[in-house]
Design a protein around this ligand. Sequence first.
Ligand code: IPM
Ligand code: MN
Length: 356
Amino acid sequence: MDFKIALVPGDGIGPEVIEETIKVLNKIGEKYNHKFQFTTVLAGGAAIDAVGNCLPQDTIDVCKNSDAILLGAVGGWKWDTLPGDKRPERAILGLRKQLGLFANLRPALLFEELAEACPLKSEIIEGGLDIVVVRELTGGIYFGEKGFKDTELGRAAYDVEQYAEEEVRRIAVVAFDMAMKRNKRITSVDKANVLESSRLWRSVVNEVAKDYPDVELNHLYVDNAAMQMVRNPKQFDVIVTSNIFGDILSDEASMITGSIGMLPSASLAKGNFGLYEPVHGSAPDIAGQNQANPMAAILSAAMMLRYSFGLLKEADNIEKAIKSVLSQGYRTADIMSSGYKLIGTKEAGDRIISQL
Ligand code: IPM
Ligand code: MN
């Protein structure tokens, strides 16, 4: 089959990890007889430098005309002093909103080969960790009304957290469907003891739960959830939460798996369309040095094959190839420990390809 993929390499280590991902996809295409057609577009700091705008219209058009988007990372020191609405990060927010990518899936999986990299005590993670954070991605405080006003205490700034019932319902449905395919447990995270928007969130999640009698639903306040994540992470299967809480909890979930350099993500619209990106970000400190771990980007491509293209065995093949490279003892710098063989970005890509 033929698939059109929009590539957004972006900034920092983005281009390097995307390059390895393309190599892997081309090998998968050869092996299983698919054609992946790539169109590279600009976004983030790279776009600011080239055309003075972090998200050019052409980028949005190419993305809309593709079957899926693969993104490296955006942002870096160079653009850190720009005003809020001009920063490279706006490109990601713009893509999410304009393409309707409301459902963000962030699996936090502890690879058994990397158990030593987990900062939690071994008895806490015994048997492994396998959590998916389902984060609402186009609503809440990220997209609510924002601005400045004068108050008794002087100038103030505000960002409004607002959720419509329908926004909660559709993300809850994604999470419950996901739970049905996994261990049938959902934790909905909110701050319903304080926030009106969270009380609405909780009541809609309870309504949706009625359609899924086999799924066990639990509600946690976000402060408690953050604590439970390090105290007893094995209690979690699927976590569903708002945009801002999901941003924070998914970083925490990624940390307990040992390396953020290993974690992929999918941002899905209604239907099969999605944007796939590594969770790690642009890491400007190691950019261009052949040090970045391309595995998160490559695992993101595997998610793309699975969720947008329905290519399940191809996705499995990629995941197995990565596991075998790890079990052969090869490690990029972020997951390196003594006794293992240090490899760079390109060699990691090559070794994965050789296992496909
Ligand atoms: C993420 C990032 C983004 C977010 C930033 C870069 C806008 O932190 O994808 O988690 O806050 O959503
Ligand atoms: Mn984040």
